[in-house]
Design a protein around this ligand. Sequence first.
Ligand code: NAD
Length: 336
Amino acid sequence: MPETILVTGGAGYVGSHVAVALVRAGYAPVVLDNYANSTPAVLPRLRALAGYAVPAVQADVRDAEALRTVFRDYPIAAVIHCAGLKAVGESEVRPLAYYDVNVGGAIVLAQVMGEAGVAGLVFSSSASVYGEPDALPIAEDAPLRPHSVYGRTKRVVEDFLCDLARANANWRIALLRYFNPAGADPSGLLGEAARGRPNNLVPLLGKIAAGELADLTVHGGDWPTADGTGVRDYLHVQDLAEGHVAALRYLAGARGALPINLGAGRGHSVLEIVAAFERACGRRIAKTIARRRPGDVAACYADATRAAQLLQWRTTRDLDAICADAWRWQQGGGRY
Ligand SMILES: NC(=O)c1ccc[n+]([C@@H]2O[C@H](COP(=O)([O-])OP(=O)(O)OC[C@H]3O[C@@H](n4cnc5c(N)ncnc54)[C@H](O)[C@@H]3O)[C@@H](O)[C@H]2O)c1
């Protein structure tokens, strides 16, 4: 019997790719989502990729009764907790919603997992917990100084889960600090379906290349980087999804809570991404260089050693694959 894994936020960008990676690795995912930032239209796509109808429950992760029902209805062996709110800018104006969903959701989930005797948890954290790095690449023991409300909610949940694991030795928790996930399933069936103007560079380039949005504004051409534009650690969302499967396997023989970076371990500048996207779509992308945004940093990329050593995981897809897959998704409409 394949192990059943609950994927909260499983209809979202990362969660849907995680669900597919789980099926491919021989697990049986159960998706839970309230569709706050996604749509049930992802489910037929999951079915097409999985080869069967992946069970999906519409529920809010803060709803303890609904979670209890899921744990009664399915033999959940572990949880991958992707549900949450993730827009950095929005988090500054809606802190209550961000703490409520991100922190409140994690607390309710942990309560119900405890009642059900399920101790394996993979948590979607973020490199935004680091804030401005003192040194590059960023290792897991770097200081945590998040710049945003969003990043602080992730740090609070990490602290909470570490406290849980210290108090009760049964917990097995991986705190996965994602760097910059991008790209889409190569089938073109799954991708990042941003509502409104995308916040992330790669989907933005897709919309610009498709003529849905005007020029790209590059925030800062005078950073102390090779070409003056900001450098980030982009990883293919399929690599990221496979990192969750690797974390699940690792947790089977682990104890406690441990932060693990999921990144490529190298950075690419905005101009490098634009050039890669132009290669992928065969079009020129008009751009203007504007002033730096407050709070941005010159460069941010992972020390991915821990993931390589403990999870036997590293990224295998390059920038060209990220852009080719993102463009295929965009050509299919870029939405569900
Ligand atoms: N995409 C990124 O760049 C990135 C980077 C670092 C960390 N993360 C984290 O990874 C996780 C997944 O991100 P994503 O990019 O897939 O975002 P997403 O918005 O596409 O997915 C999140 C999913 O959670 C669901 N959700 C929101 N609130 C919920 C609630 N109260 N109950 C149940 N479901 C709820 C949404 O409907 C959505 O389907 C998030 O926790 C995010 O903070 C994402």
